[in-house]
Design a protein around this ligand. Structure first.
Ligand SMILES: O=C(CO)[C@@H](O)[C@H](O)COP(=O)(O)O
Length: 159
């Protein structure tokens, strides 16, 4: 979680970012921060901590290219997935679909082989997985095995 938001946006644009997201509670002017990102040619979005309401989306929906739901309290990898995030994902998916938005729905935190299918079934289309993949043994083969297992789970979505 970075604050102040607006001062950092230019740095990320200059560094070549394609998507820039920020926490709504970290800026004084959500609409202005989203506009700054879009004016810089990047896709823009909001990040929601587990206890932060999706209400912030309502008045800026035309500027949202991505909604990112934190499924842990940000800080470090290896935390357990917070199950209530699944309801929040369903709520966000409904908001995106009801408003006909061209907006990705991402989740970050505690995503593993054994919950990635449930996450996708809640309407999420981008997942961040850290410790599930980057664990011992730290080999390309081991990483691939986990990613393949995740892909196999995703192929079962809806079954
Ligand atoms: O930034 C954060 C949490 O602060 C996340 O990106 C996690 O680092 C993802 O790691 P896992 O929860 O998958 O281990």
């Amino acid at each position: 979680m970075v604050s102040p938001v607006d001062a950092a946006i230019g740095d990320f644009i200059d560094a070549g970012a394609s998507f820039i997201t920020f926490h709504p509670e970290a800026t004084n002017h959500i609409d202005r921060s989203l506009q700054l990102i879009k004016n810089g040619g990047c896709k823009a979005g909001l990040v929601f901590n587990p206890a932060t309401s999706l209400e912030y989306c309502k008045n800026v929906k035309d500027k949202l290219d991505i909604i990112l739901l934190m499924s842990v309290n940000p800080g470090f990898g290896g935390q357990a997935f917070i199950p209530a995030t699944l309801d929040k994902a369903r709520e966000a998916r409904k908001f995106i679909d009801d408003n006909g938005l061209d907006c990705r729905l991402e989740i970050d935190g505690g995503v593993k082989v054994d919950n990635i299918k449930e996450v996708a079934e809640a309407g999420v289309d981008m997942m961040v997985a850290g410790s599930a993949i980057l664990k011992e043994p730290r080999t390309i083969e081991a990483y691939k095995e986990t990613i393949d297992a995740m892909r196999a789970e995703l192929a079962q979505v809806g079954n």
